[in-house]
Design a protein around this ligand. Structure first.
Ligand SMILES: [Mn+2]
Length: 356
């Protein structure tokens, strides 16, 4: 595939010296450099290489055990699917809708093809975006290999992304979860707090999704006297924190044999992930979310729920304006990509913790 390029840094996720072959791999990392439909800050194109470079700075000796994660878990780096950017000599150019649509379709079908190869070999799929629309291809590959009714997608995001289309594209970052619903997946939504469009509200009502949404309230507690038709207040993640009760409620709602996480980093508070397409305050607390994932993966093991993979989307490094490729020295802050790499490392560790 001609747009599949090696990552800018050598090696694989966490380990800059060695890329184990796919045949022995437990997990496969695929980057998707694509940010054509982003509404506000563009730059998620640099996300995959930024996360990979940041991963080499992480202390990946596992606490307590003192063994590097990569000693016990083989992670194969597949490479980065790269697409044209809307840039000409440092200026943004608008593309015609037809051109945009062609590019989106090409990206989705490439991502589907590579994801399919990974899933067929029963490897854990790790996707690094790119804008959230890149998950479209992963969802399609999941639907090819598993019955979507048997897969719960845990969707972390400030936005519902359930629009039928956005700016004329059904493959937009604002429609990606609607496409997952169309494919028949079960979904749960965490960290939602931005505007819900009328059509999204209709989808929530018609598909009875209200009690599967765990939003982050953006108003003081006393404001919520009037009940919301869309958000159920027992599901509220106050101050972006997962209480033990809420965690239990979420776990109870996952009744499928398979699960997948689709993580848009704008779900988190921008204090932890400032470099993203549309940063919004009042988001998920990073430390509480990591406790949640840990508890969740412990439950998955108990219940024989199989995690098929996860993606981390919308990491848009805070690069200097004239940066042509990802370079930590041309970055105002590397916090977003560092935290994204850290999150991926922890999910991988907890998934394979029984090997330690
Ligand atoms: Mn999103």
């Amino acid at each position: 595939m001609k747009n599949l390029k090696p990552f800018q840094v050598p090696g694989t996720f966490l380990d800059n010296t060695n890329n184990p072959p796919i045949t022995v791999a437990d997990a496969c990392v695929l980057g998707i450099a694509f940010d054509a439909t982003a509404s506000y800050n563009k730059g998620a194109w640099f996300g995959p290489n930024a996360i990979m470079a940041a991963s080499h700075q992480i202390e990946y000796e596992v606490p307590v055990f003192g063994v590097p994660l990569t000693d016990k878990v083989k992670i194969h780096s597949v490479g980065v699917l790269e697409y044209p950017r809307q840039l000409k000599e440092d200026f943004w150019i608008e593309w015609a809708d037809a051109q945009m649509e062609r590019l989106c379709k090409k990206m989705v079908s490439d991502v589907e093809e590579v994801s399919n190869r990974i899933l067929k070999q029963k490897k854990l799929l790790v996707g690094f975006g790119g804008e959230h629309s890149t998950a479209n291809g992963i969802f399609r590959a999941l639907a090819k290999n598993y019955n979507p009714k048997e897969v719960t997608i845990l969707h972390l995001d400030a936005h519902l992304d359930m629009r039928e289309e956005l700016d004329g594209s059904e493959y937009s970052h604002g429609s990606v979860i609607k496409r997952a619903l169309d494919l028949g997946f079960q979904t749960i939504h965490l960290g939602i707090r931005d505007h819900i469009s009328a059509e999204e509200a209709e989808t929530i009502q018609s598909m009875n999704l209200s009690d599967r949404i765990f939003p982050c309230p953006t108003m003081p507690k006393t404001y919520y006297k009037k009940k919301s038709a869309i958000f159920k207040s027992p599901n509220f993640l106050w101050n972006g924190i997962f209480s033990p009760t809420i965690t239990k409620n979420i776990v109870k709602k996952i009744r499928t044999p398979f699960a997948y996480f689709s993580i848009d980093v704008d779900a988190f508070d921008p204090a932890h992930f400032p470099g993203t397409g549309t940063p919004l305050p009042f988001g998920l607390d990073f430390s509480s979310t990591q406790d949640f994932f840990y508890a969740l993966l412990v439950e998955f093991k108990k219940n024989d729920t199989v995690l098929l993979g996860f993606d981390i989307q919308e990491v848009s490094p805070q690069l200097e304006k004239n940066a042509k490729q990802y370079n930590a020295l041309q970055t105002m802050s590397t916090q977003t990509e560092m935290n994204a790499a850290l999150l991926a490392y922890k999910i991988l560790l907890w998934q394979f913790l029984d090997r330690f």
